[in-house]
Design a protein around this ligand. Structure first.
Ligand SMILES: [Zn+2]
Length: 145
């Protein structure tokens, strides 16, 4: 390895280490704030609909199929059923079935709203954290003492 290549690799490693350290510090700060205020900061920009669904479950409502659409899907050998969350959280659930057996052969969730999720790489949001944030937001006078 040439000197300049080695220096470049060294610099890249140093930048990666610094980024890792900054992320750890940030996560430690968020954890400390959660301990004091009881609120997971990742919920700060989430709408109430997202917090409600994340603290319990979605209210799935099937998007109605037309007879023609179903006939076409059966002919094609796969039936796809789409459901949307009635709570307006922006979640969509697509299930794919084999029309011969009606076994589900695939399932997929799509989150149409960017504010539904927590920042990537920050781990899973526990249900209790979503519930706490929701209740605190709905009844601020009770919790912000
Ligand atoms: Zn929902």
């Amino acid at each position: 390895m040439s000197r300049s290549v080695a220096a470049g690799v060294k610099a890249r490693i140093a930048r990666a280490e610094a980024a890792k350290l900054a992320a750890a510090k940030k996560s430690a700060t968020a954890a400390a704030k959660e301990k004091v205020l009881g609120i997971d900061q990742r919920t700060d920009n989430m709408p109430e609909e997202a917090l409600a669904c994340r603290s319990r479950m979605h209210i799935w409502v099937e998007v109605p199929l037309t007879l023609t659409a179903l006939e076409k899907m059966i002919e094609a050998g796969v039936v796809s059923i789409t459901s949307r969350c009635a709570n307006q959280c922006g979640s969509v659930w697509i299930e794919v079935f084999d029309p011969k057996t009606w076994d589900r052969i695939d399932t997929k969730r799509i989150y149409e709203r960017a504010d539904y999720g927590v920042p990537k790489g920050t781990g899973r949001l526990p249900k209790r954290s979503a519930r706490r944030a929701l209740m605190t937001r709905r009844f601020p006078s009770l919790f912000n003492k």
